[in-house]
Design a protein around this ligand. Structure first.
Ligand code: ATP
Length: 461
Protein backbone atom coordinates (compact mmCIF):
# COMPACT_ATOMS: atom_id res chain seq x y z
CA UNK A 1 0.00 0.00 0.00
CA UNK A 2 1.19 3.50 -0.61
CA UNK A 3 0.24 7.12 -0.29
CA UNK A 4 -0.90 7.08 -3.90
CA UNK A 5 -3.61 4.65 -2.88
CA UNK A 6 -4.88 7.36 -0.53
CA UNK A 7 -4.86 9.86 -3.41
CA UNK A 8 -6.88 7.44 -5.50
CA UNK A 9 -9.38 6.86 -2.69
CA UNK A 10 -9.77 10.59 -2.02
CA UNK A 11 -10.36 11.28 -5.68
CA UNK A 12 -12.77 8.37 -6.16
CA UNK A 13 -14.69 9.49 -3.06
CA UNK A 14 -15.17 12.96 -4.51
CA UNK A 15 -15.86 11.78 -8.07
CA UNK A 16 -18.43 9.18 -7.10
CA UNK A 17 -20.08 10.94 -4.17
CA UNK A 18 -18.72 9.06 -1.17
CA UNK A 19 -16.95 11.92 0.61
CA UNK A 20 -16.69 15.59 -0.34
CA UNK A 21 -14.26 18.14 1.12
CA UNK A 22 -16.34 20.35 3.45
CA UNK A 23 -17.51 23.90 2.59
CA UNK A 24 -15.88 23.68 -0.82
CA UNK A 25 -17.83 26.55 -2.41
CA UNK A 26 -16.41 28.84 0.30
CA UNK A 27 -12.88 27.80 -0.53
CA UNK A 28 -12.90 24.78 1.75
CA UNK A 29 -12.74 24.39 5.51
CA UNK A 30 -9.81 22.34 6.72
CA UNK A 31 -10.46 18.83 7.96
CA UNK A 32 -14.19 18.87 7.51
CA UNK A 33 -15.88 16.42 5.19
CA UNK A 34 -19.37 15.66 4.00
CA UNK A 35 -20.48 12.12 3.35
CA UNK A 36 -22.13 12.21 -0.06
CA UNK A 37 -25.02 10.07 -1.32
CA UNK A 38 -23.04 6.80 -1.44
CA UNK A 39 -20.89 7.67 1.57
CA UNK A 40 -23.85 8.18 3.85
CA UNK A 41 -25.34 4.86 2.76
CA UNK A 42 -22.02 3.07 3.36
CA UNK A 43 -21.85 4.75 6.77
CA UNK A 44 -25.40 3.72 7.64
CA UNK A 45 -24.67 0.15 6.53
CA UNK A 46 -21.61 0.00 8.80
CA UNK A 47 -23.59 1.39 11.72
CA UNK A 48 -26.35 -1.14 11.08
CA UNK A 49 -23.84 -4.01 10.92
CA UNK A 50 -22.30 -2.87 14.20
CA UNK A 51 -25.64 -2.43 15.95
CA UNK A 52 -26.84 -5.78 14.80
CA UNK A 53 -23.68 -7.60 15.86
CA UNK A 54 -23.18 -5.91 19.21
CA UNK A 55 -26.70 -5.00 20.32
CA UNK A 56 -29.51 -6.70 18.42
CA UNK A 57 -27.95 -10.17 18.24
CA UNK A 58 -26.90 -10.21 21.90
CA UNK A 59 -28.96 -10.72 25.05
CA UNK A 60 -26.53 -8.79 27.22
CA UNK A 61 -26.20 -5.41 25.47
CA UNK A 62 -28.75 -2.59 25.24
CA UNK A 63 -28.47 0.73 23.42
CA UNK A 64 -28.95 4.38 24.25
CA UNK A 65 -28.67 7.66 22.37
CA UNK A 66 -27.52 10.45 24.66
CA UNK A 67 -26.99 14.16 24.06
CA UNK A 68 -23.80 15.72 22.73
CA UNK A 69 -23.82 18.50 25.29
CA UNK A 70 -24.13 17.10 28.79
CA UNK A 71 -23.54 18.45 32.28
CA UNK A 72 -20.03 19.97 32.40
CA UNK A 73 -19.37 18.15 35.67
CA UNK A 74 -19.33 14.88 33.69
CA UNK A 75 -15.99 15.95 32.23
CA UNK A 76 -14.61 16.89 35.61
CA UNK A 77 -15.52 13.47 36.92
CA UNK A 78 -14.10 11.67 33.89
CA UNK A 79 -10.81 13.57 34.10
CA UNK A 80 -11.22 15.17 30.64
CA UNK A 81 -11.43 18.73 32.01
CA UNK A 82 -7.92 18.53 33.39
CA UNK A 83 -6.29 15.60 31.67
CA UNK A 84 -7.52 15.42 28.08
CA UNK A 85 -4.47 17.13 26.68
CA UNK A 86 -2.12 16.70 23.80
CA UNK A 87 1.39 18.14 23.71
CA UNK A 88 1.64 21.03 21.30
CA UNK A 89 4.70 22.81 19.92
CA UNK A 90 5.10 25.55 17.31
CA UNK A 91 7.94 26.25 14.94
CA UNK A 92 8.96 29.86 15.67
CA UNK A 93 10.28 30.19 12.16
CA UNK A 94 7.36 29.09 9.94
CA UNK A 95 4.67 29.20 12.67
CA UNK A 96 3.45 25.71 11.88
CA UNK A 97 2.00 23.76 14.79
CA UNK A 98 2.74 20.12 15.60
CA UNK A 99 2.00 17.35 18.09
CA UNK A 100 5.26 17.35 20.06
CA UNK A 101 4.91 13.69 21.06
CA UNK A 102 4.48 12.67 17.40
CA UNK A 103 7.65 14.55 16.34
CA UNK A 104 9.65 12.98 19.18
CA UNK A 105 8.35 9.52 18.48
CA UNK A 106 9.08 9.79 14.75
CA UNK A 107 12.64 10.97 15.47
CA UNK A 108 13.62 8.69 18.34
CA UNK A 109 10.96 6.02 18.76
CA UNK A 110 10.54 7.27 22.33
CA UNK A 111 7.14 7.68 23.90
CA UNK A 112 7.42 10.70 26.21
CA UNK A 113 3.69 11.27 26.65
CA UNK A 114 3.07 13.76 29.47
CA UNK A 115 6.78 14.68 29.85
CA UNK A 116 6.80 18.16 28.35
CA UNK A 117 10.33 19.19 29.38
CA UNK A 118 11.87 15.99 28.11
CA UNK A 119 10.07 16.41 24.77
CA UNK A 120 11.36 19.94 24.48
CA UNK A 121 14.93 18.72 25.15
CA UNK A 122 14.67 16.11 22.40
CA UNK A 123 13.20 18.62 19.94
CA UNK A 124 15.96 21.16 20.65
CA UNK A 125 18.65 18.52 20.36
CA UNK A 126 17.64 16.59 17.30
CA UNK A 127 14.38 17.49 15.55
CA UNK A 128 14.12 19.89 12.62
CA UNK A 129 10.78 21.37 11.60
CA UNK A 130 9.26 18.99 9.00
CA UNK A 131 7.82 22.03 7.24
CA UNK A 132 10.71 24.52 6.95
CA UNK A 133 13.75 22.55 8.12
CA UNK A 134 14.72 25.02 10.86
CA UNK A 135 15.19 24.09 14.51
CA UNK A 136 13.58 26.85 16.51
CA UNK A 137 10.88 25.48 18.80
CA UNK A 138 8.56 27.13 21.31
CA UNK A 139 8.08 25.43 24.67
CA UNK A 140 5.97 22.31 24.60
CA UNK A 141 2.55 23.08 26.08
CA UNK A 142 -0.45 21.02 27.02
CA UNK A 143 -3.51 21.72 24.93
CA UNK A 144 -6.96 20.63 26.11
CA UNK A 145 -8.82 19.07 23.20
CA UNK A 146 -12.38 19.64 24.35
CA UNK A 147 -14.48 22.10 22.34
CA UNK A 148 -16.06 24.70 24.59
CA UNK A 149 -19.42 26.27 23.99
CA UNK A 150 -21.69 28.64 25.89
CA UNK A 151 -25.19 27.97 27.10
CA UNK A 152 -27.64 30.71 27.88
CA UNK A 153 -29.03 30.20 31.32
CA UNK A 154 -32.79 30.49 31.71
CA UNK A 155 -32.67 34.08 33.00
CA UNK A 156 -30.54 35.00 30.01
CA UNK A 157 -28.25 36.99 32.27
CA UNK A 158 -25.23 34.78 32.30
CA UNK A 159 -23.59 32.21 30.13
CA UNK A 160 -22.42 28.88 31.31
CA UNK A 161 -19.52 27.04 29.71
CA UNK A 162 -20.31 23.58 28.42
CA UNK A 163 -18.43 21.15 26.19
CA UNK A 164 -19.14 19.18 23.07
CA UNK A 165 -18.52 15.62 24.21
CA UNK A 166 -15.00 14.38 23.36
CA UNK A 167 -16.24 10.76 23.43
CA UNK A 168 -19.61 9.09 23.64
CA UNK A 169 -18.75 7.04 26.75
CA UNK A 170 -19.58 9.81 29.25
CA UNK A 171 -23.22 9.80 28.22
CA UNK A 172 -23.32 6.05 28.86
CA UNK A 173 -21.91 6.14 32.39
CA UNK A 174 -24.31 8.81 33.55
CA UNK A 175 -27.28 6.69 32.40
CA UNK A 176 -26.03 3.53 34.13
CA UNK A 177 -28.60 3.79 36.92
CA UNK A 178 -31.48 4.61 34.58
CA UNK A 179 -30.68 1.64 32.36
CA UNK A 180 -30.39 -0.75 35.32
CA UNK A 181 -33.66 0.53 36.82
CA UNK A 182 -35.64 0.49 33.58
CA UNK A 183 -34.45 -2.55 31.67
CA UNK A 184 -33.90 -6.17 32.64
CA UNK A 185 -30.12 -6.21 32.26
CA UNK A 186 -28.18 -8.39 34.70
CA UNK A 187 -24.48 -8.24 35.20
CA UNK A 188 -22.45 -8.87 33.06
CA UNK A 189 -24.09 -6.51 30.59
CA UNK A 190 -23.23 -3.71 28.22
CA UNK A 191 -24.64 -0.34 27.15
CA UNK A 192 -23.91 0.72 23.59
CA UNK A 193 -24.10 4.03 21.81
CA UNK A 194 -23.31 5.43 18.37
CA UNK A 195 -22.81 9.14 18.00
CA UNK A 196 -20.74 12.19 17.30
CA UNK A 197 -17.70 13.18 19.31
CA UNK A 198 -15.59 16.31 19.02
CA UNK A 199 -11.89 16.82 19.63
CA UNK A 200 -9.91 19.93 18.90
CA UNK A 201 -7.04 17.89 17.46
CA UNK A 202 -3.79 19.84 17.15
CA UNK A 203 -3.07 18.25 13.83
CA UNK A 204 -6.02 16.65 12.09
CA UNK A 205 -5.58 15.01 8.73
CA UNK A 206 -5.13 11.95 6.58
CA UNK A 207 -8.56 12.43 5.07
CA UNK A 208 -11.21 11.04 7.42
CA UNK A 209 -8.70 9.29 9.72
CA UNK A 210 -8.27 12.16 12.17
CA UNK A 211 -11.13 14.63 12.27
CA UNK A 212 -12.25 17.25 14.74
CA UNK A 213 -15.84 16.08 14.43
CA UNK A 214 -16.26 12.33 14.10
CA UNK A 215 -18.44 9.42 15.12
CA UNK A 216 -17.79 6.71 17.64
CA UNK A 217 -19.48 3.41 18.35
CA UNK A 218 -18.83 2.47 21.96
CA UNK A 219 -19.86 -0.14 24.49
CA UNK A 220 -19.38 -0.07 28.22
CA UNK A 221 -19.48 -3.68 29.34
CA UNK A 222 -20.05 -3.96 33.10
CA UNK A 223 -18.71 -6.95 35.02
CA UNK A 224 -18.39 -7.99 38.66
CA UNK A 225 -15.22 -6.61 40.30
CA UNK A 226 -14.15 -10.17 41.13
CA UNK A 227 -14.99 -11.56 37.68
CA UNK A 228 -12.38 -13.51 35.80
CA UNK A 229 -11.96 -10.67 33.35
CA UNK A 230 -9.20 -11.93 31.04
CA UNK A 231 -11.42 -14.26 28.98
CA UNK A 232 -14.06 -11.52 28.69
CA UNK A 233 -11.43 -9.04 27.54
CA UNK A 234 -10.04 -11.54 25.07
CA UNK A 235 -13.52 -12.30 23.76
CA UNK A 236 -14.08 -8.62 22.98
CA UNK A 237 -10.72 -8.37 21.23
CA UNK A 238 -11.66 -11.26 19.00
CA UNK A 239 -15.04 -9.70 18.23
CA UNK A 240 -13.39 -6.40 17.36
CA UNK A 241 -11.03 -8.14 14.95
CA UNK A 242 -13.94 -10.07 13.50
CA UNK A 243 -15.77 -6.78 12.94
CA UNK A 244 -12.70 -5.32 11.19
CA UNK A 245 -12.71 -8.32 8.87
CA UNK A 246 -16.41 -7.80 8.25
CA UNK A 247 -15.48 -4.32 7.01
CA UNK A 248 -13.28 -6.05 4.47
CA UNK A 249 -9.92 -5.79 6.29
CA UNK A 250 -7.54 -8.68 5.69
CA UNK A 251 -6.23 -10.35 8.85
CA UNK A 252 -2.62 -9.57 7.84
CA UNK A 253 -3.47 -5.84 7.75
CA UNK A 254 -4.53 -6.00 11.41
CA UNK A 255 -2.46 -6.21 14.54
CA UNK A 256 -2.81 -5.77 18.27
CA UNK A 257 -0.85 -3.20 20.21
CA UNK A 258 -0.91 -3.67 23.97
CA UNK A 259 -0.14 -0.51 25.92
CA UNK A 260 2.90 -1.18 28.10
CA UNK A 261 2.26 -1.09 31.85
CA UNK A 262 4.13 2.19 32.35
CA UNK A 263 1.93 3.90 29.72
CA UNK A 264 -1.40 2.66 31.06
CA UNK A 265 -3.74 5.12 32.74
CA UNK A 266 -3.44 4.49 36.49
CA UNK A 267 -6.94 3.00 36.61
CA UNK A 268 -6.63 0.66 33.62
CA UNK A 269 -5.76 -3.00 34.07
CA UNK A 270 -5.15 -3.52 30.37
CA UNK A 271 -5.52 -1.55 27.13
CA UNK A 272 -5.10 -2.92 23.64
CA UNK A 273 -5.46 -1.09 20.34
CA UNK A 274 -6.53 -2.93 17.21
CA UNK A 275 -4.41 -1.34 14.51
CA UNK A 276 -4.87 -1.31 10.75
CA UNK A 277 -2.09 -0.99 8.21
CA UNK A 278 -3.06 2.40 6.74
CA UNK A 279 -1.21 3.61 3.62
CA UNK A 280 0.05 6.70 5.47
CA UNK A 281 2.75 5.56 7.88
CA UNK A 282 1.62 2.01 8.55
CA UNK A 283 -0.20 0.53 11.53
CA UNK A 284 -2.42 2.99 13.38
CA UNK A 285 -5.32 2.70 15.82
CA UNK A 286 -8.59 1.56 14.37
CA UNK A 287 -10.32 0.38 17.57
CA UNK A 288 -9.45 0.35 21.23
CA UNK A 289 -10.26 -1.96 24.13
CA UNK A 290 -9.68 -0.92 27.72
CA UNK A 291 -10.32 -2.41 31.13
CA UNK A 292 -11.22 0.75 33.07
CA UNK A 293 -11.91 -0.90 36.46
CA UNK A 294 -14.51 1.04 38.52
CA UNK A 295 -12.90 4.41 37.77
CA UNK A 296 -15.80 5.98 35.87
CA UNK A 297 -18.75 4.86 37.98
CA UNK A 298 -16.86 5.64 41.21
CA UNK A 299 -16.01 9.14 40.04
CA UNK A 300 -19.48 9.87 38.69
CA UNK A 301 -20.92 8.69 42.02
CA UNK A 302 -18.52 11.01 43.83
CA UNK A 303 -19.15 14.06 41.65
CA UNK A 304 -22.92 13.59 41.38
CA UNK A 305 -23.50 12.50 44.95
CA UNK A 306 -25.63 9.58 43.67
CA UNK A 307 -25.33 5.92 44.51
CA UNK A 308 -24.18 4.13 41.36
CA UNK A 309 -23.70 0.74 42.93
CA UNK A 310 -25.31 -2.35 41.49
CA UNK A 311 -27.26 -4.91 43.48
CA UNK A 312 -26.62 -8.43 42.28
CA UNK A 313 -29.73 -10.52 43.02
CA UNK A 314 -27.81 -13.71 42.24
CA UNK A 315 -25.50 -13.22 45.25
CA UNK A 316 -27.30 -10.58 47.30
CA UNK A 317 -24.26 -8.33 47.02
CA UNK A 318 -23.94 -4.67 46.25
CA UNK A 319 -20.86 -3.33 44.46
CA UNK A 320 -19.56 -0.86 41.91
CA UNK A 321 -19.07 -2.86 38.71
CA UNK A 322 -15.86 -2.83 36.74
CA UNK A 323 -16.07 -2.00 33.06
CA UNK A 324 -14.49 -3.18 29.83
CA UNK A 325 -14.77 -0.63 27.04
CA UNK A 326 -14.63 -1.64 23.34
CA UNK A 327 -14.52 1.53 21.26
CA UNK A 328 -14.76 1.90 17.49
CA UNK A 329 -14.20 4.98 15.32
CA UNK A 330 -16.89 5.00 12.64
CA UNK A 331 -14.99 7.26 10.22
CA UNK A 332 -11.94 5.02 10.52
CA UNK A 333 -14.21 2.04 9.79
CA UNK A 334 -15.39 3.79 6.63
CA UNK A 335 -11.81 4.58 5.59
CA UNK A 336 -10.77 0.99 6.24
CA UNK A 337 -13.61 -0.41 4.18
CA UNK A 338 -12.82 2.00 1.32
CA UNK A 339 -9.11 1.09 1.36
CA UNK A 340 -9.74 -2.64 1.63
CA UNK A 341 -12.34 -2.59 -1.15
CA UNK A 342 -10.22 -0.75 -3.71
CA UNK A 343 -9.02 -2.89 -6.62
CA UNK A 344 -7.57 -2.14 -10.01
CA UNK A 345 -7.65 -5.09 -12.36
CA UNK A 346 -7.66 -5.99 -16.06
CA UNK A 347 -11.08 -6.23 -17.65
CA UNK A 348 -10.01 -8.87 -20.14
CA UNK A 349 -10.25 -6.34 -22.99
CA UNK A 350 -6.85 -5.52 -24.47
CA UNK A 351 -4.93 -3.16 -22.19
CA UNK A 352 -8.02 -2.11 -20.26
CA UNK A 353 -8.20 -1.96 -16.50
CA UNK A 354 -11.11 -1.25 -14.23
CA UNK A 355 -11.40 0.20 -10.75
CA UNK A 356 -13.74 -1.88 -8.67
CA UNK A 357 -14.76 -1.42 -5.05
CA UNK A 358 -15.18 -4.94 -3.72
CA UNK A 359 -17.09 -4.02 -0.59
CA UNK A 360 -18.58 -6.89 1.39
CA UNK A 361 -21.96 -7.11 -0.29
CA UNK A 362 -23.92 -6.18 2.86
CA UNK A 363 -21.99 -2.90 3.03
CA UNK A 364 -22.20 -1.92 -0.65
CA UNK A 365 -24.26 1.30 -0.89
CA UNK A 366 -26.17 0.14 -3.95
CA UNK A 367 -27.03 -3.54 -4.32
CA UNK A 368 -28.49 -3.64 -7.82
CA UNK A 369 -28.35 -1.44 -10.92
CA UNK A 370 -30.88 -1.89 -13.72
CA UNK A 371 -30.13 -0.82 -17.29
CA UNK A 372 -32.13 -0.85 -20.51
CA UNK A 373 -29.71 -1.95 -23.25
CA UNK A 374 -30.64 1.09 -25.32
CA UNK A 375 -31.97 4.39 -24.11
CA UNK A 376 -33.98 5.14 -27.23
CA UNK A 377 -36.10 1.95 -27.25
CA UNK A 378 -39.24 2.71 -25.21
CA UNK A 379 -40.09 -0.99 -24.73
CA UNK A 380 -36.70 -1.73 -23.18
CA UNK A 381 -36.81 1.39 -21.02
CA UNK A 382 -40.33 0.62 -19.78
CA UNK A 383 -39.42 -2.98 -18.92
CA UNK A 384 -36.23 -1.89 -17.13
CA UNK A 385 -38.20 0.69 -15.15
CA UNK A 386 -40.76 -1.93 -14.20
CA UNK A 387 -38.03 -4.27 -12.92
CA UNK A 388 -36.33 -1.42 -11.09
CA UNK A 389 -39.59 -0.42 -9.36
CA UNK A 390 -40.23 -3.98 -8.26
CA UNK A 391 -36.70 -4.63 -6.96
CA UNK A 392 -36.31 -1.36 -5.10
CA UNK A 393 -38.95 -2.54 -2.64
CA UNK A 394 -36.40 -5.10 -1.44
CA UNK A 395 -32.96 -3.68 -2.27
CA UNK A 396 -31.24 -0.33 -2.77
CA UNK A 397 -31.44 -0.09 -6.57
CA UNK A 398 -30.37 2.33 -9.25
CA UNK A 399 -31.73 2.85 -12.72
CA UNK A 400 -29.19 3.99 -15.31
CA UNK A 401 -29.67 4.63 -19.01
CA UNK A 402 -26.73 7.00 -19.48
CA UNK A 403 -24.04 6.24 -22.04
CA UNK A 404 -23.35 2.69 -23.16
CA UNK A 405 -23.50 -0.43 -21.02
CA UNK A 406 -19.69 -0.54 -20.65
CA UNK A 407 -19.68 2.94 -19.16
CA UNK A 408 -22.50 2.05 -16.80
CA UNK A 409 -20.58 -1.03 -15.59
CA UNK A 410 -17.53 1.14 -14.89
CA UNK A 411 -19.58 3.53 -12.82
CA UNK A 412 -21.25 0.76 -10.82
CA UNK A 413 -17.87 -0.96 -10.30
CA UNK A 414 -16.50 2.23 -8.78
CA UNK A 415 -19.50 2.41 -6.46
CA UNK A 416 -19.14 -1.28 -5.65
CA UNK A 417 -22.58 -2.44 -6.82
CA UNK A 418 -22.67 -6.27 -6.60
CA UNK A 419 -25.18 -6.86 -9.42
CA UNK A 420 -25.99 -5.09 -12.71
CA UNK A 421 -29.08 -6.15 -14.62
CA UNK A 422 -29.43 -5.45 -18.33
CA UNK A 423 -32.79 -5.56 -20.09
CA UNK A 424 -32.32 -6.45 -23.76
CA UNK A 425 -34.45 -7.63 -26.70
CA UNK A 426 -34.45 -11.23 -25.43
CA UNK A 427 -36.04 -9.95 -22.23
CA UNK A 428 -39.08 -8.83 -24.19
CA UNK A 429 -39.32 -12.25 -25.82
CA UNK A 430 -38.48 -14.73 -23.09
CA UNK A 431 -38.70 -12.81 -19.78
CA UNK A 432 -35.06 -13.19 -18.79
CA UNK A 433 -32.39 -10.56 -18.08
CA UNK A 434 -28.61 -10.55 -17.93
CA UNK A 435 -27.16 -10.29 -14.44
CA UNK A 436 -23.51 -9.36 -14.24
CA UNK A 437 -21.48 -10.12 -11.14
CA UNK A 438 -19.25 -7.27 -9.88
CA UNK A 439 -16.36 -9.47 -8.77
CA UNK A 440 -16.16 -12.06 -11.52
CA UNK A 441 -17.71 -9.98 -14.34
CA UNK A 442 -19.53 -13.21 -15.30
CA UNK A 443 -22.96 -12.79 -16.82
CA UNK A 444 -25.89 -15.06 -16.28
CA UNK A 445 -29.42 -15.11 -17.67
CA UNK A 446 -32.02 -15.07 -14.92
CA UNK A 447 -35.80 -15.15 -15.27
CA UNK A 448 -37.45 -11.93 -14.09
CA UNK A 449 -39.74 -14.00 -11.88
CA UNK A 450 -36.71 -15.43 -10.03
CA UNK A 451 -34.70 -12.19 -9.78
CA UNK A 452 -35.63 -11.17 -6.25
CA UNK A 453 -34.72 -14.52 -4.69
CA UNK A 454 -31.64 -14.88 -6.89
CA UNK A 455 -30.30 -11.50 -5.73
CA UNK A 456 -31.23 -12.06 -2.09
CA UNK A 457 -29.31 -15.34 -2.16
CA UNK A 458 -26.36 -13.73 -3.92
CA UNK A 459 -26.17 -10.93 -1.38
CA UNK A 460 -25.97 -13.45 1.44
CA UNK A 461 -22.95 -15.20 -0.04
P1 ATP B 1 -5.51 8.34 18.52
O1 ATP B 1 -4.40 7.74 19.35
O2 ATP B 1 -5.51 7.93 17.08
O3 ATP B 1 -5.66 9.83 18.74
P2 ATP B 1 -7.23 7.76 20.69
O4 ATP B 1 -6.47 6.71 21.45
O5 ATP B 1 -7.22 9.15 21.21
O6 ATP B 1 -6.83 7.73 19.12
P3 ATP B 1 -9.74 6.89 21.67
O7 ATP B 1 -9.82 7.96 22.67
O8 ATP B 1 -9.43 5.50 22.14
O9 ATP B 1 -8.71 7.29 20.52
O10 ATP B 1 -11.06 6.92 20.78
C1 ATP B 1 -11.75 5.75 20.37
C2 ATP B 1 -11.80 5.62 18.85
O11 ATP B 1 -12.30 6.81 18.26
C3 ATP B 1 -10.42 5.40 18.22
O12 ATP B 1 -10.09 4.03 18.22
C4 ATP B 1 -10.63 5.94 16.83
O13 ATP B 1 -11.16 4.95 15.97
C5 ATP B 1 -11.68 7.02 17.00
N1 ATP B 1 -11.05 8.36 16.99
C6 ATP B 1 -10.37 8.97 17.99
N2 ATP B 1 -9.98 10.20 17.63
C7 ATP B 1 -10.45 10.40 16.37
C8 ATP B 1 -10.39 11.49 15.46
N3 ATP B 1 -9.80 12.63 15.78
N4 ATP B 1 -10.96 11.34 14.24
C9 ATP B 1 -11.59 10.19 13.89
N5 ATP B 1 -11.68 9.13 14.73
C10 ATP B 1 -11.12 9.22 15.95
Amino acid sequence: MSDSLMDKIVSLCKRRGFVFPGSEIYGGFANSYTYGPYGVTLKNNIKALWWRKFVQDRDDVVGIDGPIIIHPKVWEASGHATGFNDAMVDCKNCKKRFRADHLVEAATGQDLEGKLDEMKAVLDAQVKCPNCGKQNWTDVRNFNMMFKTQLNTTDGAAEEVAYLRPETAGAIFIEFKNVVDSSRVKIPFGIAQIGKAFRNEIVAGNFIFRLREFEQMEIEYFIRPDAEWEPIFDGWLKLQEEFARELGAKQEALRRYEHPKEKLSFYSKKTVDIEYDFPFGGFKELFGLAHRTDYDLTNHAKFSGQDLSYFDPATNERFIPHVIEPTFGLDRCILTSLLAAYNEEPTGEAGETRVVMKFPKNLAPVKVAVFPLLKNKPDLVAKAQEIHSALRKSFVCEFDDNGNVGKRYRRQDEIGTPYCITVDFDTLENGTVTVRDRDTMQQERVAIADLKDWIAKGLES
